[in-house]
Design a protein around this ligand. Sequence first.
Ligand code: NAD
Ligand code: TYD
Length: 369
Amino acid sequence: MKTILVTGGAGFIGSNFVKYQLNTHTDDIIVNLDALTYAGNLENLADVEENPNYVFVKGDIADKAFVDALFSEYNFDYVVNFAAESHVDRSIENPEIFVKTNILGTQILLNAAKNAWQTGKDDLGYPTYKEDVKYLQVSTDEVYGALGKTGMFTETTPITPNSPYSASKASADLLVRAYGNTFKFPMNITRCSNNYGPNQFPEKLIPLMIANVIDLKELPIYGDGMQVRDWLHVKDHCSGIDTVLRHGRLNEVYNIGGNNEKANIQIVDLIIENVKKRLEEGAYPDIKTDYTKISDDLKIHVEDRLGHDRRYAIDNTKITTELGWEPSYTFEEGIVETIDWYLSHQDWVAQVKSGGYQEYYEKMYSKKK
Ligand code: NAD
Ligand code: TYD
């Protein structure tokens, strides 16, 4: 039985991971530490809030006194750090919070775990730790920068981040690496490609485009729309993280990806086609959208993102050959299931869009036209 601190567990991937853990490792205790920023939503965890093995704690990973106290209260075996500011566009508008949460927050967690787990020192003065403890940093392929038409990111690709978001994630990775080296601290870093699936905040490409098609709003494609992302279903990301957490070699980095490159424009076309098809079939009678108005005409090309990375692609050879992990979804089935999830969870969409979302949307997109 393990006690696992999951940070950022009320967000998109974190909430999927909490549910994945509670379903697959039913003896483990999950403590979910989340600050409930605009991206954190306890509705994502409504199914598990009564589970006796699940605890929610509201707090900030960058609050040292709070984090240290939490480590005194619980005997954590594992820490999985999802908590982050995660949206590139927001990092271009306001980088400061990315530095605080993503870099300082990571350092505070690392130090709290190191202090909690240290048992003594070895002959050379390096800390020694409790058995079978681990810190896992959830990172991103964006730390590797951008690719041209060919090639893939491997774990040894140099770290050359291009956005304030990816620079903050890369900085966090370097701190985790440094703790591994300087303090022999037991850690892994996972670097995943773009995720899609249920409960993603509709500032990101796929849920934003689904929501706009349903509302018959313009579909804002940045630049020429030929930027390529390598998409992985969030449940496959969760199983990949779990595999590394329990079986990954200490102090190693593992890329997680499903070999599924798509240009943004292809994704938007698939969304237009499938939302229209499902509404035409009458699958969602409560949605009153006039589906005859869903067409390619909704697409508009808007000003490109500053410093927009052209292409990402993950080489997943290490995790597949060394740890035997495989993705379970094909993109074709995953995207249809995801579209159906958003169509059947319009209450969830309305709830997440009821806060500061409209203001964000107007501010971000009115200036792009
Ligand atoms: P998200 O924005 O949906 O969720 C982030 C969560 O962290 C929210 O619940 C938020 O309330 C919480 N949080 C933010 N600041 C906090 C703080 N200071 N203290 C405690 N909690 C805080 O993000 P996501 O898409 O679920 O991404 C999760 C992690 O996975 C991030 O570290 C991100 O960099 C990484 N990642 C994301 C993707 C992707 O495609 N979304 C791909 C690869 C890696
Ligand atoms: P996003 O979901 O923000 O993820 P990331 O920037 O971390 O890859 O964006 C995915 C791609 O979609 C990226 O190339 C930017 C593009 N994009 C648009 O064209 N329009 C949009 O409204 C958004 C949000 C993204």
